[in-house]
Write a protein that binds this ligand. Structure first.
Ligand SMILES: *[C@@H]1O[C@H](CO)[C@@H](O)[C@H](O)[C@H]1NC(C)=O
Ligand SMILES: *[C@@H]1O[C@H](CO)[C@@H](O)[C@H](O)[C@H]1NC(C)=O
Ligand SMILES: *[C@@H]1O[C@H](CO)[C@@H](O)[C@H](O)[C@H]1NC(C)=O
Ligand SMILES: *[C@@H]1O[C@H](CO)[C@@H](O)[C@H](O)[C@H]1NC(C)=O
Ligand SMILES: *[C@@H]1O[C@H](CO)[C@@H](O)[C@H](O)[C@H]1NC(C)=O
Ligand SMILES: *[C@@H]1O[C@H](CO)[C@@H](O)[C@H](O)[C@H]1NC(C)=O
Ligand SMILES: *[C@@H]1O[C@H](CO)[C@@H](O)[C@H](O)[C@H]1NC(C)=O
Ligand SMILES: *[C@@H]1O[C@H](CO)[C@@H](O)[C@H](O)[C@H]1NC(C)=O
Ligand SMILES: *[C@@H]1O[C@H](CO)[C@@H](O)[C@H](O)[C@H]1NC(C)=O
Ligand SMILES: *[C@@H]1O[C@H](CO)[C@@H](O)[C@H](O)[C@H]1NC(C)=O
Ligand SMILES: *[C@@H]1O[C@H](CO)[C@@H](O)[C@H](O)[C@H]1NC(C)=O
Ligand SMILES: *[C@@H]1O[C@H](CO)[C@@H](O)[C@H](O)[C@H]1NC(C)=O
Length: 551
């Protein structure tokens, strides 16, 4: 492994006369830089009235000039977008063979010369999909109307890296099965509530299944963490926030039994809080929303009967009836591992200790209308065990556990115009197969914010955020364990103009990022920015990149 240390220090002031290059801090995908690379343009597409016109759809065939199909060392996708004018942030869903492989969101454009960004996404884990010709789709619903003229012009390319003795083929599942709507004309994610269910039939010689879940809140659920418990909702103007509390649990059920859950990370889209926070540095996760992992292997003995089984995804709150607002977009992926024998796998689910819902509590006190404190807490313990006997005689004892803790402390003052929120969400999920750790997720997503409307017109406000993403993750045994620590602090002011136009904002955004993985790859970045106005000046007083991936 090359171990150079690379440092860039930049002091840049970008004026409105040039195109602004936005970015989300992230490690570059780990790829063999000296391997043969084959680049395929998947499509170039302008998303204008795409709510009506639909997604970009292209047929993608595996290249045959980078070694044998499926034997690649890595695959990455390059999404490059330019846009100019005024537009909301928009959600982007990439699917291939009806499987969601990447959820992203757009940066908001500027007038002047607009913006550009590139994000590189590692899709090596989906090599089984890229090994077959199929329909590749990006749903990015956009709307052009008075005051909103930004068109998102995208180019998507795939890079395949040839394997060799020094860069072996990536490990891969034998099969990938979507938990999606299977639509060929949209992004395949389901909108919940109500819950989404799909029948899945798995091969009878399956010996392990690892799930990956996608989930993000939209509409009244975009700021779910700010939602007020129903008990306190009569004490605040519905113009300020929404009901159904600030706790969300994403659940995966199999035939009605909880298989695993996620306490989601807060992804703030580029129109969130104060849009000028996020120019040019996006909130962590905005270009590649975090996903969540569950070892579904303990259910294998129940699933190998050759019959369809009911997989359900939903999102629930801490309210007595678990209700949430519309809507969350959810989907999932099953990475399936088969036994060497084609005989049916047998065994039994020996322990299933998982309540239907997390243990939650809602407390607080009201002084007056728009003046109250509310706290939501949740804990979640899951313990599932199984013995799995493959047709080859291979026997595996699986233990899957989750131990998660959450709290969301809200204070509202001054008729609700002044709010603070302190949220902690952390936990450990672990799976062992015959005592060997195959999945481990140790996360902590602390989030602290202040949101201060300057008067009852709700047209101007100041806000600050202190947000971290700390996660040591081995998603499944087909991938490499890595640790990411990101800390982002922002503060600023915003003044809403007339008719979605003429907004004024400013802000600072300071980030400290580090990545390291079990193969010795490292990447660090410290970058600060100030954006003094929507269309005006960006200053980057600090941009320091280090680690052996810093090329
Ligand atoms: C990504 O694609 C854009 C244009 O499509 C290209 O200009 C850029 O060099 C590519 N970036 C990388 C890192 O491949
Ligand atoms: C962006 O739009 C403005 C106003 O329509 C125009 O003057 C400018 O040339 C455009 N910039 C680019 C890079 O297209
Ligand atoms: C999607 O296309 C596949 C292949 O043509 C077809 O089998 C399937 O029925 C289609 N799905 C839907 C929901 O139309
Ligand atoms: C699953 O299949 C059963 C019949 O095997 C059917 O009754 C049920 O409606 C199906 N469920 C879904 C979600 O498609
Ligand atoms: C909410 O906003 C609407 C329209 O802006 C206004 O008519 C209404 O009085 C507001 N409600 C409260 C409770 O402030
Ligand atoms: C699938 O499971 C969910 C959750 O238990 C349940 O609500 C739904 O009715 C089930 N669907 C079928 C077709 O059995
Ligand atoms: C759940 O309870 C809330 C009150 O806490 C109520 O507003 C809502 O309508 C209920 N939802 C359902 C689906 O029963
Ligand atoms: C969550 O974090 C708290 C304090 O940061 C720590 O005491 C606790 O052990 C953590 N819990 C889990 C399940 O990781
Ligand atoms: C906030 O907006 C209101 C209404 O547009 C305006 O009267 C007030 O002066 C603004 N306050 C600040 C501090 O800009
Ligand atoms: C970001 O760093 C700048 C320069 O040190 C500082 O002035 C600003 O207060 C910081 N902002 C935040 C939100 O940490
Ligand atoms: C942002 O703008 C407000 C209102 O004009 C001003 O009071 C504040 O000092 C500005 N902040 C920064 C960091 O430029
Ligand atoms: C960058 O931001 C960090 C964290 O807020 C701060 O400590 C540091 O002084 C800033 N450095 C510069 C040069 O802005």
């Amino acid at each position: 492994m090359l171990s150079s240390l690379w440092n860039i220090i930049l002091l840049v002031t970008i004026s409105s006369a040039s195109i602004i290059r936005d970015f989300q801090v992230a490690q570059p995908p780990v790829v063999p830089v000296d391997a043969k690379r084959c680049t395929v343009e998947i499509f170039s597409h302008d998303f204008a009235n795409s709510f009506a016109d639909g997604p970009a759809i292209a047929q993608l065939d595996p290249p045959d000039d980078c070694g044998s199909v499926g034997s690649w060392a890595a695959i990455t996708l390059n999404l490059t977008v330019t846009t100019n004018g005024t537009q909301f942030d928009r959600l982007g869903i990439f699917t291939f063979h009806n499987v969601e492989i990447w959820r992203t969101s757009t940066f908001e454009p500027t007038i002047g010369d607009g913006i550009i960004w590139t994000y590189m996404k590692d899709v090596t884990q989906y090599i089984p999909l890229f090994s077959e010709p199929g329909e590749f789709l990006l749903e990015l619903d956009n709307l052009i109307e008075t005051g909103l003229d930004g068109v998102y012009s995208t180019t998507v390319t795939a890079n395949y890296y040839e394997s060799s003795t020094s860069h072996p083929s990536a490990k891969k599942a034998d099969m990938i099965i979507p938990l999606s709507t299977l639509s060929n004309t949209t992004g395949d994610d389901a909108s919940v509530p109500p819950s989404f269910s799909i029948n899945v039939t798995i091969p009878q010689n399956t010996i392990a299944i690892y799930a990956e879940l996608f989930a993000s809140g939209n509409g009244l659920e975009e700021d779910w963490f700010f939602n007020v418990p129903d008990e306190f909702f009569p004490n605040i103007s519905p113009n300020i926030t929404s009901a159904h509390d600030g706790f969300r649990e994403v659940r995966l059920l199999i035939d009605g039994l909880v298989a695993g859950v996620a306490f989601p990370y807060i992804t703030i889209f580029s129109g969130g809080f104060i849009p000028s926070f996020w120019r040019p540095i996006g909130s962590y996760g905005v270009a590649e929303l975090p996903t969540y992992f569950v070892d579904v292997s303990p259910f294998v003995p129940l699933l190998t009967d050759g019959l369809p089984h009911n997989f359900t995804l939903d999102v629930v709150s801490a309210e007595a009836n678990h209700t949430i607002n519309p809507n969350w977009f959810v989907s999932g992926i099953l990475q399936v591992v088969l036994d060497s024998s084609s005989e049916r796998t047998t065994g039994s689910l020996t322990v299933h200790s998982a309540t239907d819902y997390a243990n939650t509590s809602i407390t607080g006190s009201v002084a007056d209308f728009g003046h109250f404190d509310a706290t939501v807490t949740a804990t979640r313990g899951i313990h599932i065990e199984a013995d799995i006997l493959g047709g080859s005689g291979q026997s595996t004892h699986v233990v899957w556990t989750q131990d998660l803790v959450f709290s969301n402390i809200q204070t509202y003052r001054n008729d609700g115009l002044f709010a603070t929120l302190t949220q902690t969400s952390n936990g450990t999920s672990t799976s062992t197969h015959n005592g060997v750790v195959v999945l481990s997720d140790i996360f902590s997503y602390p989030f602290k914010t202040r949101f201060d409307y300057l008067d009852a017109t709700l047209t101007n406000w100041t806000s600050s955020i202190d947000h971290s993403y700390d996660r040591a993750l081995l998603p499944n045994p087909l991938r490499v364990a890595s640790t990411i620590n990101n800390h982002q602090t922002t503060d600023g002011f915003f003044q809403l103009g007339a008719e979605k136009m003429g907004n004024f904002g400013n802000g600072t955004n300071n980030n400290t990022f580090s990545y390291f993985d079990a193969e010795g790859n490292t990447y660090t970045r410290r970058v600060n920015a100030t954006n003094s106005n929507f269309n005006d000046t960006i200053t980057i007083p600090l941009d320091e990149i280090g680690g052996n991936l810093a090329h």
